[in-house]
Design a protein around this ligand. Sequence first.
Ligand SMILES: Cc1ncc(COP(=O)(O)O)c(C=O)c1O
Length: 388
Amino acid sequence: MLSQLDAAQLRRQRTTVESFPAAGTRAVRVAGGRELIDFSSNDYLGLARHPGLAAAMGECAARTGAGSGASHLVTGHGSEHALLEEELAAFTGRERALLFSTGYMANLAVMTVLAGRRERVLLDRLCHASLLDGARLSGAAFRRFAHADSSAASELAAADPGHTALIATDGVFSMDGDLAPLPQLARIARAHDAWLVVDDAHGLGVLGATGGGALEVCGVKPEDAPVLVGTLGKAFGSYGAFVAGSATLIELLIQKARTYIYTTALPQPVAAVTRQALKLAQSESWRRERVLALTARFRRAAAAAGVVLSGSTTPIQPIVLGSAATALAAQRSLAEAGFWVVAIRPPTVPQGAARLRITLSAAHAEAEVDELVACLARACADAARGAA
Ligand SMILES: Cc1ncc(COP(=O)(O)O)c(C=O)c1O
């Protein structure tokens, strides 16, 4: 099995971050003894290494200890969790929010609780693996509609009226950076009396005037997207995830979601960090403006340099190169030039659509973006020639 992965250039490697350069919160990591500018993390707002967050973790750990010791329903639920849930509910404009240890677990929870045997769920073809795995685990029949194609979703819903329990989609797609057609999907869900589940792992904190994410940008109100999943390890620079929605939805998840009930609660210091991050994400709107301005700068410069871009205007900028070998060669050549940009290969993306997934962060400097673009066109062209 491993040799097959090697032959197809699909074996994944971990690279260890050895340290961070002493100076400040730049998006630079030391790996293999070299400083590399990180253009692959999801730290969109540049909060992951914010000294205030590290301080909040230490201060809380001194009060509560490092671990929570039990699940939320036993003795693991603490006041930092409770306060964070209230703050997340207020931030998203929902009645309640429920913390999960990871986004993966939050999505398994939502899918398994809201859909069951003899029902159907509809999923965007490119939605995150955890939504798909949740659909499988739910026992419902699931159908996938063409990416971001609301007409296809509508046809599937109409083909079996009365049986669609939910429609699930990413808000911002993790490997493509584009937005789901949320207003249209909301209308279809309403027409079929189905839940609309929006996993906005990559939009919350980043998009919209208040950081309300893809729903805010698309003008979709909470009542039209009743199940919102957010993750806390990306724009919020922390760890964990949440589901936000009505009080009834959250109570149902507390009672029924196995990935909530049968697992140790997130450590309180992590919740304390997220509370700080949420405050910063709201009060320091310059972070959002900066990452979007850097994204626009990247796109202008890359287009001028002849790099083929997708239509994404979010900080996720895919450069689709085709084969795994070509994408890996481009990754190597950028690493030699001092940039950490990871090749994303099947099965994370479809066959023939291996890519560099470049992500922008408020922690990047303008000059770093310009330098990346200067190397990118050459790296892609060299990689394509080498693979031919
Ligand atoms: C769209 C989306 N949903 C969910 C997840 C899972 O979140 P977590 O890393 O918190 O498990 C990710 C990525 O990790 C993601 O990209």
